[in-house]
Design a protein around this ligand. Structure first.
Ligand code: CA
Length: 219
């Protein structure tokens, strides 16, 4: 799950990139409103973590601008703990959640998973498709009750497909979701990961749709 972080505090931003990275998110990070605008256009982000006090403007104004443009990406605001007005303005302005600074990284991570679930129309943190279950909080995959060990990117691909059963995701869309800006994408990386997933799960779970991409098979 690829997310965009907009935070001008270097220490906090680096900490978020590292910490959320360890929790399995692909993280792109910027430090200004201008870079956030460019960043949103450049990537297929599943959610945005947005600071309010930014050097070239307010995160609240940026939020309002995005919502006015029809940007529907879930947005979590980082607010100063004592400013209730920021939280109210943020939620009324189209934010989906907020977290007061200072906060615990594991709470931010859990809140992001909850936001992403809701934006996918799910209430529960487990995806079940027949014999296959994906526990998002633990990033654990089970097939017929047996845990399957997946690499980080294998998990990201399987999760992206399983979160939208029946939808086709193209190779480019999958690359977009599993690699951040800083990362070099090997030319056939998605194919290699799909191949490994099929070796671990069985061939039938992921269907190739010729000329279009991949989708989770209806079993
Ligand atoms: Ca700030």
């Amino acid at each position: 799950m690829r997310i965009l972080i907009v935070e001008d505090d270097d220490v906090l931003r680096d900490g978020l990139v590292a910490g959320l990275g360890l929790d399995g998110f692909e993280v792109d990070a910027v430090a200004s409103c201008a870079d956030a605008r460019a960043g949103l256009d450049a990537g297929d982000h599943a959610a945005i973590v947005l600071d309010i006090g930014l050097p070239d403007g307010s995160g609240l104004d940026l939020l309002g601008e995005w919502r006015a443009q029809g940007v529907a990406t879930p947005i979590l605001l980082l607010t100063a703990r004592n400013l209730i007005s920021d939280r109210i303005d943020g939620l009324d302005g189209g934010a989906d959640d907020y977290l007061g600074k200072p906060f615990d990284l594991s709470e931010l991570s859990a809140r992001l998973r909850a936001l992403l679930r809701r934006s996918n129309g799910r209430a529960h943190s487990e995806i079940r498709l027949g014999a296959l279950t994906i526990d998002e909080a633990r990033r654990q995959v089970r097939l017929d009750g047996l845990e399957i060990t997946l690499s980080r990117r294998e998990y990201a691909i399987l999760h992206a497909l399983a979160a939208h059963p029946g939808h086709i995701l193209s190779r480019a869309q999958l690359e977009d979701r599993i690699y951040g800006w800083q990362e070099e994408i090997e030319s056939n990386a998605v194919e290699v990961h799909i191949h490994k997933l099929r070796a671990k799960l069985g061939r039938d779970w992921i269907e190739t749709v010729r000329g279009e991409g991949y989708r989770i098979a209806r079993l």
